[in-house]
Write a protein that binds this ligand. Sequence first.
Ligand code: TAP
Length: 454
Amino acid sequence: MTTYTIISPTTGKPVQELHLADIFETDVIIEKANRAFQSWRLVSPGDRATLLRRFAAIVEEHNEELAQLEVLNSGHTIGNARWEAGNVANVLNYYSAAPERLFGRQIPVPNGIDITFKEPLGVIGIIVPWNFPMPIAGWGFGPALAAGNTVVLKPAEVTPLTAIRLGELALEAGIPEGVFNVIPGKGSIVGERFVTHPAVRKIVFTGSTEVGKHIMQGCANQVKRLTLELGGKSANVIFDDADLEKAAAGAPGAVFDNAGQDCCARSRILVQRSVFDRFMELFEVAVKAFRVEDPALDTAEMGPLITAAHLARVKEYVPSDAPIAFQGSVPAGDGFWFPPTVLMPKSTEDRAYREEVFGPVVSVMAFEDEADAIRLANDSEFGLSGSIWSRDIGRAVRVSRGIEAGNLSVNSNSSVRYWTPFGGYKQSGLGRELGPDALDAFTETKNVFFDTQI
Ligand code: TAP
């Protein structure tokens, strides 16, 4: 029997020992989900909607418990963790309106009637990373269940606790046995089996671009449907006509939130040369005021990194000769802490400027004009998110159309709203989650022609 010891990122101490599923247990659960699909797809739209609303209500009731669990397991700040649990309830509520609205079309044809139906796919395999265990799971299972699919969910090996609890809450809400299944285990075993098992009809994968490409290759063997949400290296573009105070005050949160372990982190700040020095003065004040402390405190703005191994990886991006402009602070004691770090690289070839660090490290670079800003922002294999700061509406429109990324904000750093689409350009992903169209990714369109001439 394989087990995994969950370690608190805040203290570095063991929290809980957990059994990890092997391939045989995974198969048993996938087959159970496949059997449950035969009845779940037939539950009337109104009843499925009611069950999802009940699931949402129970998640809402357990918001504090789920949030505390995430602080313990993942070192998220309590404020973020409450938002994350709330996001699961919001996503369930939003998609609970979908079952009665899964409309097909009636298309005019000669000599008959043509109708399209939106039909569920079957068992959906959802593979989740460790950085946002609750929301990323919910973005998959909310619309998947609403469309009449059943779900097997594999949380990241290091952060399974909230997913396991959500599985229990689904049963409490009356979601039938076998419809929503959580399988803690290794990616190389459980995740891999989702890809190879023929009863799993679609994979929703969020994680690294490297593993995403491997999964995409595996899915090709069965022409398995696939949604990918992968890495990012997003730009925060600040023009000389921006509200500099506001842009600088928001910039630490835009990259250091969740200790930078955020695919949408604005980890490259591009500032127009004429306001570069003034921005850096304001930014330094904001970075030094950013509260890095015990994530259980209500005042915490940033906690530790997820594991000792990840801390070691992040440290490699800041060697002793790194071009550090300034750094924030970390609390004393154990745990996997790294301070907010601002770099001023000379070249766009600098590793920390180019690669996704997935830690609290940001690189700042000057640009000359609008065209230069767009060129620099697009000089990346990724294209997930980003911000544009300018008071000139025409410029904001031009630059937001010019940047190749799926989720941009103007004079703001917010990327995610559950009712708007989310996903990446280029190597940041494939397909979109959330918003009104997510159901399309969990259904097939069936076209049926009825001959009325006989
Ligand atoms: P990965 O190492 O790619 O792991 C993600 C998930 O895939 C984990 O559950 C992992 O399981 C599993 N996995 C690993 N190898 C697998 C395989 N061969 N087959 C199937 N599943 C496998 O990423 P991570 O380090 O957890 O997360 C960080 C990355 O996720 C970053 O690059 C970040 O940008 C990206 N991310 C993207 C987004 C969006 S929305 N675009 C959101 C969050 C994170 P184990 O835990 O057992 O290894």
